[in-house]
Write a protein that binds this ligand. Structure first.
Ligand SMILES: Nc1ncnc2c1ncn2[C@@H]1O[C@H](COP(=O)(O)OP(=O)(O)O)[C@@H](O)[C@H]1O
Ligand SMILES: [Mg+2]
Length: 348
């Protein structure tokens, strides 16, 4: 199981700087997800690892070995494409065998490895079918088997579940994670779906405008986002302009922070607010919108800020939400759970 390391990788197309100084470390056997909005450079970074894109600067290393100068077919990495890219005129087994066939492996070895790879994705009985006789989820598993059969050091997957419906996606996400754990292959997974990133990843690299803005385990990113962009992209976030004085925010419930005096932004997750009727210590406001989901009650509370503050509270059995228009107080459940970041005019 080899580590994958990306060191200060940059890429520009003409005047467009697509990747800037990207650093990333994926420990052997772990899954790192590249997560970010469309156009932020995820595919370009993944293709740079595969060798399909030649970066302007930076290195890619697998198991400590610099592979930056190697052609794609000598990099020992396998790529699963967004649209599967199966050959329609070949059977499933022939599709999976393809990479070994072009490498002129002996026939008996090909048969054995194809059987193994199809077994890994639970398609042992489907080798004789053609892709069009398979469901979307099955075709996706064929594409993964076709990558795994090469026994690569690194598996690269570019939004592999996009074409699948929500239910199947969830099943495939869990199955892929189990498969990766079973065979222990270092994997880089691209998605724009934050829930998918949370399910699959040991670490998430949140990308924004060609930069990796934060690289950390999913829960660490949720609890300690390093920028307002990350906070807003992973989960939901109330982003509030605040002033810091003497190690605390100047807010109804002061939040301790090591930040210097001056403007900052405070990030509060909806579940870290609670709504209490009437006046209390906290942010006075009025309920602008309320809805009860099964397990939670969701509020939007107007506190005289540009954006309403969002609150998510556990729902007691039989309980309903407070009525719209009710005067309430918003309270932090935990001042430690509020995050104070650098920010001033630019973020407000
Ligand atoms: N071959 C190319 N030539 C010119 N611009 C490109 C090329 N490939 C990607 N880009 C641009 O680079 C940016 C990042 O693209 P991409 O890596 O595909 O983003 P993502 O996968 O995050 O959606 C986009 O603005 C895209 O238009
Ligand atoms: Mg892409």
């Amino acid at each position: 199981m080899s580590d994958l390391e990306i060191d200060r990788l940059s890429k520009r197309y003409g005047k467009l700087q697509v990747l800037t100084d990207c650093n990333l470390m994926a420990e052997g056997g772990s899954v790192v997800t590249l997560l970010g909005p469309s156009g932020c450079g995820k595919t370009t970074l993944l293709r740079s690892i595969a060798g399909f894109v030649e970066p302007d600067a930076g290195r890619v290393m697998v198991g400590g070995r610099d592979i930056s100068m190697l052609p794609p077919n000598r990099r020992d990495v396998a790529y699963v494409f967004q649209n599967y890219a199966l050959f329609p005129h070949l059977t499933v087994a022939q599709n999976v065998a393809y990479g070994l066939t072009v490498r002129r492996r002996p026939r008996a070895e090909i048969a054995r490895r194809v059987d193994e790879a199809l077994g890994l994705v639970a398609l042992s009985d489907f080798g004789g079918r053609y892709p069009k006789q398979m469901s979307g989820g099955q075709q996706q598993r064929v594409a993964i088997a076709r990558a795994l059969v090469l026994e690569p050091q690194v598996l690269l997957l570019d939004e592999p579940f996009n074409a699948l419906d929500a239910q199947l996606r969830l099943t495939m996400q869990v199955e892929l994670r189990k498969l990766i754990d079973r065979i222990g292959i270092t994997s880089i997974f691209v998605t724009h779906d934050q829930a998918e990133a949370m399910i699959l990843s040991d670490k998430v690299a949140v990308m924004h405008g060609g930069r990796i803005e934060q690289l950390a385990p999913p829960l660490a990113i949720y609890d300690q986002p390093s920028t307002p962009f990350v906070a807003d992209f992973i989960g939901r976030a109330n982003i509030m302009p605040v002033q810091v004085r003497a190690g605390h925010t100047q807010t109804p419930q002061p939040v301790p922070t090591p930040r210097p005096d001056g403007p900052a932004v405070m990030i509060v997750r909806p579940e870290n607010f609670e709504v209490v009727p009437g006046t209390a210590t906290g942010w006075p406001g009025r309920i602008g919108f309320a809805t009860a989901l099964g397990a939670t009650i969701e509020y939007e509370v107007d506190c005289g800020m540009p954006d309403a503050l969002r609150v998510s509270m556990a729902r007691a059995p039989g309980a309903g939400p407070l009525a719209q228009g009710t005067d309430v107080t918003l309270r932090l459940r935990s001042t430690d759970g509020a995050i104070v970041l650098a920010g001033g005019a630019a973020h407000v």
